[in-house]
Design a protein around this ligand. Sequence first.
Ligand code: NAD
Length: 339
Amino acid sequence: MAYRVTLIPGDGIGPEITSATLRVLEATGIEFVWEQHAAGESSMELRGEPTTDPAVESLRYTGVALKGPLATPVGYGHRSINVALRREFDLFANIRPVRTIVPGRCYEDVDLVMIRENTEGLYVGVEHFVAVGDDPRAVAESSAIVTRKGCERIIRFAFEYALKHGRRLVTVVHKANILKMASGLFLEVGRDVAREYEGRVAFNDRIVDNAAMQLVLHPQQFDVLVTTNMFGDILSDEMAGLVGGLGLAPGANIGVKAAVFEAVHGTAPDIAGHGIANPAALMLSASMMLDHLGEARAAVRVRDAVITAIRDDEVRTRDLGGNATTSEFAAHVAKRVRG
Ligand code: NAD
């Protein structure tokens, strides 16, 4: 049986790392029918607007997408297509695992999972300017929307994830000392849900600034972290930094009816088109996709091949101190997958 999957190569380094990843998926022998669609900047070039419509229609049907990064203008212009996709399909859980792959760096044995709430919080886009005198943008106001239902489902998701993957601890990260409502509700629900898992998965909580420092001082004290949208976005980049950077950080956006697999990193405009981007994060995201499709053995083969290529064979792209190109790395991993 061939899996029908929506493919969004994305912007910047997206097309380069996507074709590298497809090469590795092909090596698994599993058949895919790729429904390829542009979105973001590449869609602007084609249609003159950043529509995701064809991609959205495809995803409605396939339920699974492999996606490259999409560019979002900073401080002006259209809203993030990523955020729109997450909201359209209610992709409420963003799973971002990080593991030490390259030995001899600052930290050994880092093995953490960020479960980030993906649809609420400060990223809902409820914001406006207030004019004062002749300045139409004198005051900016952004609202964080946090619902009890949204907190419950993401925190329960984190505990269920911990149970399923043999994890020992869930840490709720918050800022309830200052944001007594938006973050206070998250912590309150966290404590309630944690009680249901007592004796099976341990629970603690950390204020976000302390969590950020503790991650740098002693990351091994954490296991699964669950938090609201923006804190999760920021801390997951920090966590990627603990293990060698964004080139090694995969991700999955999970909803009830659809799932989108993508790396944590963005379009890396500074290196786009040079053929040197690290495709490992998207390959590891593809491994998570294989798991999601029920292809557990292929998922392990892809993950192990990526890890072995980097750690043991020392085939590394420039961000990891090597000189392999994107396609050399892909060829090596594909060979390892074939065995
Ligand atoms: P970025 O993640 O694109 O780049 C940050 C740094 O990491 C750059 O120096 C880049 O070269 C490096 N880097 C990132 N991925 C790499 C890889 N695979 N291999 C080697 N080096 C890599 O972040 P940014 O520069 O802040 O954002 C650029 C654009 O990406 C923005 O438009 C932003 O909105 C978008 N973005 C998209 C997504 C997404 O689609 N999921 C996520 C984050 C950022």
